[in-house]
Design a protein around this ligand. Structure first.
Ligand code: ATP
Ligand code: MG
Ligand code: MG
Ligand code: MG
Length: 439
């Protein structure tokens, strides 16, 4: 992409009403625009990152054997009357009446709808296990939308639902989700710690939230510092193996790590004092097992091998796709701007032409641009007639992992400058070497 033809409306001034770094930086970098309280347009740069995050979530869900579909944002109130949640959900639910006077709502979550799909089409134990998921906009009329996309009213969520014959199978689905979530966050360069949590209005017995430690997080958390040393890393997990998934779940959840709702001072105090931590965290996902809470009242049953009709065991599992942008920036920025992890960066590399209009510099930039694209990378070429300082400031603000700076002086010696956004270190290299380094 050439910056002269792109739409990157960066702001010079720091927006006064944005209280935390990620919100300020998303506005300054021209990633989002607020349209109403807690409702945002995704401008091209923000949209690129959102799509990359979505892509990683899709890949990891499908690697775990989960099947994508797409349910609508608007739902009929009748489904929610069946589960009893139409009255229970309260003011967070946006209720709408259509022209025929039918009660509708903008979905805050989809347990009822997916259960309806299941009961309409699945009748036999032979069709289990089954996990369906989608990535779709949700609406919750949050009393205090704030921190930009971190707590929006309209937000993008991946929500997945497992249907199993037995509790044991459903707990395997739970563990499988836990593993796939760990892999998802790690691919984004993010550490999200599973913590024992409270189930809230979804209901259920077993639940973990995934928290990214950050001072600006809205959750209060307590944990054993050893939990922050564990990584999933590159290990291959067989998602069909109950034992393998359970082992990962146990490894990641046996150390103390809880949100304030389930925090137990007595148990916490058994941890050696130097390892006890209390901190704040951002909830970027949650997994639930809730048994037959929806399948029973809504009649989602299957016929077993022995001919008996039984309600299925279910769970639901969510990732805050749009909130992740905020969490990623909270975890990756400095005073000059964002520092994207390679896994989610909107462009792989920036090219800064120090002397636009200089035939040699222009030609060298074009060559770099083509060479990067030929390797399947997406460069952002700042080809504007601007001062070098302004170009550097824009690149630092939008936080691409690499910047290649091209100027007549370096070209005389056959070199360009490659700079890492994270370390700030620069190296003079032949253009081909710089391209190879980025790739
Ligand atoms: P919170 O405690 O922050 O209100 P929640 O527990 O109500 O979140 P869930 O029902 O668990 O949310 O939804 C799954 C995920 O969706 C959450 O883990 C979070 O990452 C994301 N999410 C929930 N509410 C919002 C929101 N208002 N804006 C952006 N993301 C959200
Ligand atoms: Mg909530
Ligand atoms: Mg929560
Ligand atoms: Mg939650």
């Amino acid at each position: 992409m050439r910056l002269s033809r792109y739409f990157l409306p960066v702001l010079k001034e720091t927006p006064a009403d944005a209280q935390i770094a990620s919100h300020r930086l998303m506005l300054r970098a021209g990633m989002i625009r607020q349209q109403s309280a807690g409702i945002y347009s995704w401008l091209p740069l923000g949209y690129r990152v959102l799509r990359r995050i979505e892509q990683i979530v899709h890949e990891e869900q499908q690697r775990a054997g989960h099947i994508p579909l797409l349910m609508p944002t608007l739902q009929s109130a009748d489904l929610w009357r069946e589960s009893g949640r139409y009255d229970d959900y309260g003011e967070e639910m946006l209720r709408i009446t259509d022209r025929h006077g039918r009660d509708m709502l903008y979905g805050p979550t989809n347990e009822e709808m997916i259960t309806d799909i299941f009961r309409a089409h699945v009748t036999s134990y032979k069709d289990l296990p089954l996990t369906l998921y989608h990535i779709q906009w949700k609406f919750r009329d949050e009393i205090r939308p704030r921190f930009g996309v971190m707590r929006g009213r309209e937000f993008l969520m991946k929500d997945g639902y497992n249907f199993d014959l037995t509790k044991e199978d459903a707990l395997h689905a739970y563990n499988r989700h836990l593993v796939s979530y760990l892999r998802t966050y790690e691919r984004m360069g993010l550490q999200a710690i599973p913590m024992r949590a409270d189930s809230g209005p979804i209901g259920g017995d077993d639940t973990h939230e995934f928290l990214v430690l950050a001072e600006t997080g809205e959750s209060e958390v307590f944990y054993d510092s050893k939990v922050t040393d564990i990584r999933l890393g590159e290990r291959e997990i067989d998602y069909d193996s109950h034992a393998e998934c359970r082992a990962v779940m146990e490894e990641f959840t046996s150390l103390y790590a809880r949100t304030d709702e389930t925090h137990d001072e007595a148990v916490f105090n058994e941890i050696p004092e130097e390892r006890r931590r209390s901190a704040r965290g951002i909830e970027v996902g949650q997994i639930f097992y809730f048994g037959t809470k929806y399948s029973e009242p809504m009649g989602a049953t299957v016929v077993t091998q022995s001919g008996e009709r039984v309600p299925v065991h279910m769970g639901s599992h969510g990732i805050g796709v749009s909130r992740l942008l905020g969490a990623l920036i909270e975890a990756n920025h400095d005073e000059n701007g964002i520092i994207w992890p390679e896994g989610v960066t909107p462009f792989h590399c920036g090219i800064v032409n120090l002397k636009q209009g200089d035939a040699e510099a222009d030609a060298a930039c074009e060559d770099l641009y083509k060479a990067l694209k030929a390797r399947g990378l997406e460069p952002l070429y700042d080809d504007r007639e601007e001062r070098a300082g302004a170009k550097f400031a824009t690149m630092d603000l939008i936080g691409l992992p690499w910047r290649i700076t091209v100027g007549p002086r370096g070209l005389k010696n056959g070199v360009v400058e490659l700079t890492s956004r994270r370390t700030g270190e620069s190296e003079e290299l032949a253009p081909e070497t710089a391209v190879a380094r980025v790739a």
